[in-house]
Ligand binder design. Structure first.
Ligand SMILES: CN1c2c(nc(N)[nH]c2=O)NC[C@@H]1CNc1ccc(C(=O)N[C@@H](CCC(=O)N[C@@H](CCC(=O)N[C@@H](CCC(=O)O)C(=O)O)C(=O)O)C(=O)O)cc1
Ligand SMILES: N[C@@H](CCS)C(=O)O
Ligand SMILES: [Zn+2]
Length: 770
């Protein structure tokens, strides 16, 4: 029998229940026990959904209160002393590492948070000491959750992040220089102990994720797999469970020597056949003689309905090679990156909702595909027919094509991608025009999205207040943030983005070619969720999207007002993109729509325009090589096409967060933005060296403080950071700003942090103008 399996389920719940409970706990409105009870309720609900869908192999330990990598950090006691020394409860210590802690005399910033592979999910980076040791938690979560499911009558397959990925995804702590992979020997006994305890608890199989296998790996990482998996697979069938080694988000063909040398003894091997179906042939050849193939054919990263015919063909070809008992039909990755259920979408046009499958529907999809292969197509005849009909309807729908957009794309020229003059000429004009001081201060765009803002927007969406009332409310918010920026003495202002629900969703809602949902939330980090709009057809801009608010803000501001747009790649990547045309085509459509917006902003008197591209790095193919260069070429082109229509005197900014910028520095440079702001406060300032090494000529604002934490940085701390930055950047090149937008923060901490930031900048300004 071909079994079905899911690699992980979304954690938030149907109505973002986990987000609400966690934030209530942080706000002292829910007790620890109540939060834990809510977690348990959600886990049971999610296991039941998968069971009811007919999934044979259901995961546990995929649930996390903040992040699954952080769970492992705590479970292995890889907790830096600055968190462990305060005697916080296990839960509070966990949240302190995730989001910092500034309470009751304790003041500790969070650990660094970075992108999970090429997704919009963020994980907490394991951070190691030179004398790092590991110890298994007394009451390990995977065992607790396995037993919890067992008690509810569901035998699950616990999921662990594998030891090599755990180390490779981590880093040495600040002022430490340990190479994480050298800690493998110390870490393995903890994995062995955990596996044994899981087996004792009754877990017959364990999914062990080694997603780093999709990267091009340095030899020391490749070499680490053999000793690691010799130890762990030796336990199989004896003291330990059978191991299902899982990879996702790419192919593993380039790492076959590692797989042959180290991984063919694992009980099963999971590969992502959505990203790369061609690897099936080769993977099947490289499997150990008894090893099972877990074939990821249901997309864990997008919302399109599965193509059953194609998936069944793929699974049948695997069955021909391996036999039914050696093939599992699976989601390509965890479903963490997809929304909970399509059933909640009451406002979607049925024509398009019929094209989608969210996590709950995907669970049914894996079960149907497995049944079709096990029992024959006739056993699921009606489901297969409905699927074929739906795919046909989408392929022929009028919603997908807009000939006007195609015509405009055909007419795009090379010249449209270039600014009129080179940076030195542009900068001379911008200097005269904007008259900014040395070390100009600014923010990245958003100011706190208060409860009141969300309530008013909600009322407007529901028709409880009129468009005029909402507009007046937004104008008042804009005036308020301008008054605050006056008080703070910032130099380049923003309007605060109060009208935006989200920086991508907002633009999606204003462009043709998109549809949006009401409940399709996806976890982005911690308790924060996003509701990606869905690109279903060719994209165009029916009318200006931001000009009214920016123009109003400029009219009531005495300092330069920065217009604020989300760039084409970020709009694309933080939406659910189409899978029927190449992403470069969608990016160019977005770029043309944004180009019109940039030009309209300039015409409305906005002479500083920021086009955010935080997702540019995330889109980079995970393996180096020609695919990366191809991606960067069209991605950079789309940014340039969207921004190059302005005069030399208009200053173009761009912003990046959540990314290690060194490995795509040349692409950032190629954007030709006049000013870049980049997240940097949690990274080593040494990383800025690339700007000197590459003789970067334009201006840069490396973030001086972390915005994910409510913690307020002191003026001295910011000054120290600026001093470090000046080792790598010239004074007249440096802007002073936070890491990213302030929408998730409260006003109290925002004002305090910005006030310290401006004071630090002013102090440097006066020193340097002497
Ligand atoms: C910069 N980041 C972003 C990423 N991706 C995006 N798509 N957007 C981003 O900004 N990726 C990288 C980072 C990740 N960072 C963040 C930061 C902040 C959030 C966040 O705050 N998310 C909000 C939800 C935002 C939103 O769309 N809000 C809507 C709906 C609000 C709502 O919940 N309404 C209530 C009713 C009103 C009420 O009573 O409060 C309801 O529907 O029940 C809005 O503002 O209108 C979050 O809260 O998680 C995400 C990623
Ligand atoms: N302008 C946006 C950028 C976030 S990446 C903001 O400030 O929230
Ligand atoms: Zn940002």
């Amino acid at each position: 029998m071909v079994q079905s399996s899911i690699l992980g389920f979304p954690r938030m719940g149907k109505l973002r229940d986990l987000k609400k409970a966690t934030e209530a706990y942080w706000g002292d409105k829910l007790s620890k026990d109540e939060l834990l009870a809510e977690g348990k309720r959600l886990r049971l609900e999610h296991w039941k959904i998968q069971k009811d869908a007919g999934v044979d192999i259901i995961p546990s330990n995929d649930f996390a209160y903040y992040d699954h990598v952080l769970d492992h950090i705590q479970m292995f006691n890889a907790i830096p002393e600055r968190y462990s020394k305060h005697g916080l409860s296990t839960l509070d210590e966990y949240f302190a590492m995730g989001r910092g802690h500034q309470k009751d005399g304790i003041d500790v910033p969070s650990l660094e948070m970075v992108k999970w592979f090429d997704s919009n999910y963020h994980y907490v980076k394991p951070t190691f000491q030179n004398d790092q040791t590991f110890k298994l938690h007394d009451d390990p979560k995977p065992i607790r959750h396995f037993l919890e499911a067992k008690e509810a009558g569901i035998t699950t397959r616990p999921v662990l992040l594998g030891p090599v990925s755990f180390l490779h995804l981590g880093k040495a702590d600040r002022n430490q220089n340990v190479d994480p992979i050298t800690l493998l020997e110390k870490l393995l006994p903890v994995y062995e102990q955990l596996l044994k305890e899981l087996k004792k608890a009754g877990a017959e199989t364990v999914q062990i994720d080694e997603p780093v296998l999709v990267f091009d790996l340095p030899s020391k990482i490749r070499d680490a797999f053999k000793p690691a998996y010799q130890k762990l697979t030796a336990l199989q069938g004896g003291e330990g469970p059978q191991l299902v080694l899982a990879t996702y988000f790419g192919d593993v063909v380039h790492n076959f020597d590692v797989i042959d040398a180290a991984l063919t003894n694992t009980y099963a091997f999971h590969v992502d056949l959505v990203r790369n179906p061609e690897q099936l042939e080769k993977v099947a050849q490289h499997l150990g003689s008894k090893q099972i193939l877990s074939a990821g054919v249901v997309d864990g990263r997008n919302i399109w309905k599965n193509n059953f015919k194609r998936s069944i063909e793929l699974i049948e070809s695997a069955v021909q090679k391996l036999g039914k008992e050696r093939v599992i039909v699976a989601s390509s990755s965890s479903l963490l990156h997809t929304p909970h259920t399509l059933e909640s979408e009451k406002n979607l046009d049925p024509e398009v909702s019929d094209w989608f499958a969210f996590a709950t529907q995907k669970a049914t999809e894996v079960a149907i595909i497995a049944k079709a292969v096990t029992e024959g197509a006739s056993s699921v005849k009606s489901q297969l027919e409905a699927n074929a009909k739906s795919l046909e309807a989408r392929a022929t729908s009028k919603r997908t094509n807009n000939p006007e957009v195609k015509k405009r794309q055909e007419a795009v020229t090379k010249e449209q991608h270039e600014r009129k003059s080179a940076f030195p000429t542009r900068y001379d004009q911008q200097k005269q025009h904007l008259k900014l001081p040395l070390f100009p201060t600014t923010t990245i765009g958003s100011f706190p999205q208060t409860k009141d803002i969300r309530i008013q927007r909600n009322k407007f969406t529901k028709g409880e207040i009129t468009a005029e009332e909402y507009e007046k409310f937004i104008e008042k918010e804009i005036r308020d943030v301008i008054a605050i920026q006056d008080e703070l003495e910032l130099d380049v202002y923003v309007h605060g983005e109060p009208e935006r629900n989200d920086m991508v969703q907002y633009f999606g809602e204003r462009m043709d070619g998109y549809v949006f949902t009401t409940h399709a939330w996806v976890q982005s980090y911690g308790s924060r969720c996003v509701r990606p709009p869905i690109i279903v057809g060719d994209i165009s801009r029916p009318a200006p999207m931001t000009v009214k608010e920016s123009k109003y803000a400029a009219s009531v501001s005495k300092k330069p007002m920065k217009g604020m747009l989300t760039g084409p790649i970020t709009c694309l990547r933080w939406s659910f993109p189409r899978d029927d045309i190449h992403q470069s085509v969608q990016a160019q459509q977005l770029a043309l729509a944004l180009r019109d917006e940039v030009v309209d902003l300039e015409a409305a008197g906005i002479y500083v325009i920021q086009v955010d591209e935080p997702a540019l790095r995330e889109g980079l193919p995970l393996r180096s090589g020609s695919e990366r260069e191809k991606y960067l070429s069209w991605a950079v082109d789309s940014f340039k096409l969207s921004t190059a229509g302005v005069k030399d005197s208009t200053q173009i900014h761009s912003h990046f967060c959540y990314s290690e910028f060194q490995d795509f520095f040349h692409a950032i440079a190629a954007l030709d933005a006049d000013v870049l702001s980049i997240e940097n406060s949690k990274s080593d300032a040494k990383l800025l060296k690339v700007f000197i090494d590459e003789a970067y000529p334009r201006h840069i604002g490396p973030g001086v403080y972390d915005i994910h934490s409510p913690r307020v940085p002191s003026e001295q701390e910011i000054k120290d950071r600026i001093t470090e930055m000046l080792e790598y950047l010239k004074p007249d090149q440096l802007w002073i700003n936070p890491d990213c937008g302030l929408k998730t923060r409260q006003w109290k901490e925002t004002k305090a942090a910005l006030s310290n930031m401006v004071a630090a900048a002013q102090s440097f300004r006066s020193q340097h103008s002497k």
